[in-house]
Design a binder for this molecule. Sequence first.
Ligand code: TYD
Length: 397
Amino acid sequence: MYRVVQRCRACNYSYLQQVFDLGIQPLANDFCLADDDHAGYAPLKVLFCQKCTLAQLSVVVDPNLLYRHYNYVTSNSRTMREHFKTLLRDICANNEKGSVLEIGSNDGAFLAFMSKSGFGPVLGIDPAANLADLAAAAGVETMPNAFSRASAEDALRVLGRVDTIIARHVFCHVDDWRDFLVAVEAISHTGTLICIETPYVVDLLRKAEFDTLYHEHTSYLSINALAAALYGTGLFLDRVIHYPIHGGAILLMLRKGTVRHNAAWLEESITIGDWKAFTGAASRKIGKLKAFIDLLAEKGKTVAGYGASAKSTVWVNACEFTEKQIRFITDNTPQKIGKLSPGSNIPVVDEKELLELKPDYCIMFAWNYRDEIIEKNQAYLKQGGKFIVPSPELEVI
Ligand code: TYD
């Protein structure tokens, strides 16, 4: 079901130290119907490379299992639409409008937006065959493959050398970085802008965002680790932009050429000590939420979850919650509604049912959309409902 990681995928160093351990966990997006077979469980441990500062999971789960029925659909939320605009602004400030390849294009939402904004031709590549229909409906041609040297050749035949290449929250899923970077280089010309957006490990450490650790995210990137991975390729790091999206992310802008990295972008080194502090802070966060939910149970309050995110699976299993503590989790993704949360079998219900089901408290597992969720759930709050935001610090609204 998985392969055990032996070497750092950024710099090939073989001495990796374990810095975090959540035990054996279900696959975070394995939301299944009651009769479906679950994909199974795998260790959730983080290894740290002291040489280049990359953090990576100790195992790589078979992608065929992880992505067999991919339930993650890019959110059509206001927060995400605003982020798309910011991203477009930053791309336009660094490149001419031209052809675009999006790696991990999901339902095609970002490419459709780029196309409307004057970029083109656009092409997506994504292995989640169940999302291809959504992309087609959005008018986005999509190749149903994982990105690799072989599929890059196919993209090259369709687009020629691409002007802008985008990979949003996909590089952190990739096992073979060398293959990915060589493939990107092969379809780039000297003017190509390569944009890799990925969760930023410094935010993860600073805010103890342990719930963003799950099997799909095989790596937690530092800028230094990416720079190490580029060594020996024909790509260099040109610019880095920091965004608040998903708890903190960076856009790594790469270009083709043998220019040295712009060292100004490299960060101060991350240490084992930072990971020790993270472990302590994460276990305090878990303990705090468990204690608070126990207290509510003693008072006879009903509790639900809001947002069946992958993060919700990590929280629920780390806290060992079952239907006893959390009656249901609401979500607005059609692919998740009616299914059961991995590991706990807590049912996922349509968020439209929240006002009728009236739980006293909802744990906001999609805390990265905090302000938007509060704004759109005023009726629930007026009804007397309360949100528990578990991260970055426990907060009751
Ligand atoms: P997200 O935070 O995007 O990612 P991950 O799964 O990687 O943790 O997931 C947010 C989930 O919350 C997603 O399933 C959509 C859901 N959601 C709602 O149900 N209602 C909302 O208003 C918003 C913003 C999200």
